[in-house]
Ligand binder design. Structure first.
Ligand code: ADP
Length: 535
């Protein structure tokens, strides 16, 4: 049974279709109906402000069973402030059980024939596709994600699962010539063991799938700790889907926790020898803490962190296209994607025209309810996140920055904002602000643009808008970033491509290239006959 069967109130009927659908809890009815179809237990009914609404309760997924530590916390809708789900507030002992389960499942999973793994990943892809509409609604309710980014997340997840279904067939190593006569030498790739995944809320689905699928596809088992802001879409839903697809018990385990309670879970990951790698996606600040701890524990870590992503507009660019590309890069998902453009560097001869047109374009972007398909800019994830973005903009303005558009909140959303003349001392000048805020800066030349692009501590993604691809390619090679798009903007992800950062943006690459991160090489030799030794 996937969920606890707690029913308060008098209605024991399972489907619950007779209950009124309330606009304060739009997902509830669909959720109940689906649970009934799967033959799972009923979800809970809570009495909230005298109106009975259904709020699903989620336990943790450990060793193929749904169970929890008893305590639940409220998972909130960032737009409405209502309760989307009540989720297990897991503890360190839950993490310990999850590591045990993953360690127990590892040998059989590592040895499962590729064809069987392939079947499982392909089934999971089909389930994601089948649940697409429901997952889009979940992403809106739990993470404030508008439909455009939700659709992108699910498409990428399906493609990742389909591609990863073949990764178990990738070459498992090399034969290397030995200088010792009769010796046959191999560098054989082996999975690491248990990989602990820590996933964020912002691209909840796509990043959770990436956190889970890359290590699983190379034969590891996984304990996933999703963000407390998105425990369902960044974790529990992945478990539901892999369970339905038939993945063996213990191959994926999901441990959830209440806000502010991540550290005891991470303590377990760091202190257990079975956990061989920490696979983290999140902020550079947290990545630094985890990397320090991984250093002490001598554990491998893979870090996909923040970025201060420059978008360069050269004078020869198609300005209509450049405006569209920049608006998308800066404001997609309200600037809450690690690859969003944070600074647009425009050659001075086109700066004024470009900035005027971009400002007009930004003013056309509609913010509001992410559940409305017409909405382009949803809310920021929490009131604290909104306050942080407001504060950082206000500080820049107090230091002399000019607001070209935006600069204020709109309910739980922040208006698309463009700042000019941002002084070097302002935090926003070179630090990631996780909101829809773009800094515009004029540059005298492409060389200056490259110098400014390389001047931050980050190095995730960059874009160069030019009609001259050859020149763009030459510039791209001078930019210190894990990803550079010529004649395109900064936000992109394809499962087969090596997304990842340099400098403070992290270590490691996603997709098939993550084989280097999630396997280790074992040197094996066999020798014919006998050798002779000097002692
Ligand atoms: P954000 O500030 O955008 O939420 P974080 O980097 O803080 O980004 O969060 C990303 C993930 O890291 C989440 O799953 C969160 O629970 C987790 N996390 C945050 N702090 C720690 C920590 N000290 N140890 C382990 N995990 C952490």
């Amino acid at each position: 049974m996937a969920k606890t069967a707690i029913l308060s109130g008098a209605n024991p009927a399972l489907p619950g279709d007779d209950l009124p659908r309330t606009p304060r809890c739009p997902r509830t009815r669909g959720r109940v109906a689906r649970d009934a179809r799967l033959g799972r237990g009923p979800v809970s009914c809570l009495i909230v402000t005298s109106e009975t609404i259904r709020v699903p309760e989620y336990q943790q997924y450990i060793g193929g069973a749904w169970a929890g530590s008893g305590r639940l916390y409220d998972d909130l809708d960032p737009y409405r402030g209502t309760v989307v789900a009540r989720v297990a507030a897991g503890t360190r002992s839950d993490a310990a059980r999850a590591v045990d389960a993953a360690a127990a499942a590892f040998p059989a999973w590592a040895d499962l024939p590729p064809t069987e793994k392939q079947t499982l990943f392909l089934r999971a892809a089909d389930i994601v596709e089948r649940r697409r509409a429901e997952l889009v609604a979940l992403l809106a309710a739990e993470t404030g994600c508008a439909s455009g980014f939700a659709g992108f997340q699910l498409l990428t997840a399906v493609r990742l699962l389909r591609q990863a279904s073949n990764w178990a067939y990738l070459p498992a190593g090399e034969v290397i010539r030995s200088d010792i006569p009769g010796t046959f030498a191999l560098a054989l790739r082996r999975p690491l063991g248990v990989v602990a995944g820590i996933s964020p809320w912002n691209g909840a689905q796509v990043l959770a799938w990436r956190t889970v699928v890359n290590p699983l596809a190379f034969g590891n088992t996984v304990v996933l700790k999703p963000s407390e802001e998105a425990p369902v879409s960044a974790g529990l839903v992945v478990a539901e889907i892999l369970e339905e697809a038939g993945f063996p018990s213990g191959v994926l385990n999901v441990v959830t926790h209440a806000p502010g309670e991540a550290v005891p879970i991470a303590d377990e990951f760091f202190e257990r020898p079975e956990v061989r790698c920490i696979n983290f996606t999140g902020s550079s600040a947290t990545g630094r803490i985890l990397a320090e701890r991984a250093g002490r524990a001598l554990k491998r870590c893979v870090l996909e962190l923040g970025g201060y992503n420059p978008l360069i507009v050269l004078a020869d660019a198609d300005l209509d296209y450049a405006v569209e590309a920049t608006a998308f890069a800066a404001f997609f998902h309200s600037g809450q994607i690690c690859m969003n453009a944070r600074k647009v560097l425009v050659e001075e001869s086109v700066y004024d025209t470009f900035v005027d047109r971009l400002t007009a374009r930004a003013q056309m972007l509609r913010s509001g309810d992410p559940a409305d398909p017409a909405t382009l800019i949803g809310p920021l994830i929490t009131p604290a996140a909104l306050a942080r973005v407001s504060r950082e903009v206000d500080e820049a303005v107090a230091a002399g920055a000019r607001v070209l558009t935006g600069g204020t909140a709109d309910g739980p959303c922040y208006r698309p904002t463009i700042l000019a003349d941002v002084p070097a001392g302002a935090r926003i000048h070179s630090e990631e602000t996780f909101g829809p805020v773009l800094v515009a800066q004029s540059v005298a030349s492409a060389d200056e643009a490259v110098a400014v692009a390389n001047s931050t501590s980050y190095g995730l993604s960059a874009g160069i808008l030019t009609r001259d691809n050859q020149r763009g390619f030459a510039l791209a090679r001078r930019i210190d970033a894990g990803v550079v798009h010529v004649n395109d903007q900064t936000v992109a992800d394809e499962p087969q491509l090596p997304l990842g950062g340099v400098k403070d943006s992290g270590w490691g690459r996603s997709g098939p290239h993550s084989m280097a991160d999630f396997t280790e090489l074992q040197w094996i030799t066999t020798r014919e006959g006998t050798g002779s030794y000097p002692i």
